[in-house]
Design a protein around this ligand. Structure first.
Ligand code: SF4
Length: 315
């Protein structure tokens, strides 16, 4: 079966062997974050829809999972905001009922969490990884560039409600953008807000691959350590820095056709050949051979960044 909504599995440092599930078309998102590795948002929207037929997505899942592949998580992620998919609750219930052996992870910007129905849909997930990059509205607008009318205070209120209702794990990610949200004032505001949100872990992140805007730079290791220390001074939960490649070496080979796997990943985010080799547990020579072929066919482009040469699938 040719998969449109499933990608990977990839080996992720946080989620182990993770099968990605992409439910929305390319760059439908209520935010247009300057650091977004999927590039600029083309559909800045909070409107939910059944973008793709539910039956088709469930058929892909059933086809992939029928042989009980070795996975640590099935992860809602991809090239847009997963909670925009109107029937995400039915997909979550389907997986949890038919494949209870798999843990479910949700990567979300949590913009829609003020909606009680969406929060209820997400309750069966084992781990939710929301983002919170700003408390002040002006900083929220600079870094996350939300659709007009969206308030950071609403996002925070939605997350507070979710914490009250949800008994699974919340791993809160804070992206640090130098000169925007690393000021003393914003860092302390973030710390006080995180204390109220009570996540299980706080993960501090910074630019690791090309963002949506060229001017976005990675925070220095010293700056990230300073912020971690300020957070850790009073927050009771672990605070960690994850500002390096998210992917680890897979402990076992992922079972799928290499070329298709590479395409399914590059369609969604730029990667170096080394990233792909680690994620897929394939030899770098094999990855390079496939990248050369895709390049000769004009399917990918490449550009050099601090961490190496990144490859992008041309849309
Ligand atoms: S980083 Fe996430 S929330 Fe921000 S624009 Fe990209 S997909 Fe949307």
């Amino acid at each position: 079966m040719k998969y449109q909504h499933l990608f990977g599995p990839v080996a992720s440092r946080r989620l182990g062997i993770s099968l990605g599930l992409d439910l929305v078309p390319y760059k439908y998102c209520p935010l247009n974050c300057v650091y977004c590795e999927v590039q600029r948002t083309t559909h800045l929207s909070t409107e939910r829809s059944e973008f793709f037929a539910l039956a088709d997505i469930l058929a892909e899942l059933d086809s992939f999972l029928k042989d009980s592949p070795q996975l640590d998580h099935i992860t809602f992620s991809g090239a847009g905001e997963p909670t925009l998919y109107l029937r995400i609750g039915e997909i979550i219930r389907h997986i949890k009922t038919r494949y209870p052996q798999y843990k479910l992870a949700l990567l979300t910007n949590s913009v829609l969490f003020p909606d009680p129905g969406i929060r209820r849909d997400c309750l069966p997930c084992d781990v939710v990884l929301p983002s919170l990059d700003a408390v002040s509205q002006d900083v929220y607008e600079k870094i996350n560039r939300p659709r007009a009318g969206l308030r950071s205070s609403d996002l925070i209120e939605g997350l507070k409600q979710f914490r009250k209702e949800y008994s699974g794990k919340i791993w809160l990610e804070v992206f640090i953008l130098p000169g925007v949200n690393d000021t003393e004032q914003e860092v302390y505001l973030l710390r006080d807000t995180i204390a109220e949100l009570r996540p299980d872990i706080v993960q501090i992140n910074s630019l690791d691959r090309p963002g949506a805007e060229d001017w976005v730079e990675a925070a220095s290791p010293e700056s990230l350590s300073r912020i971690r220390d300020i957070f850790a001074e009073t927050l009771p939960m672990p605070v960690e820095i994850i500002a390096k490649a998210e992917y680890i070496k897979a402990e076992h080979p992922v079972d799928a056709v290499a070329g298709e796997l590479i395409q399914s990943i590059l369609v969604r985010r730029p990667c170096t050949a080394e990233d792909l080799a680690s994620m897929l547990n394939l030899h770098i020579n094999e990855i390079s051979k496939i990248l050369r072929r895709y390049s000769a066919e004009g399917l990918i482009s490449s550009h050099r960044e601090t961490r190496g040469v990144f490859y992008v699938w041309k849309s």
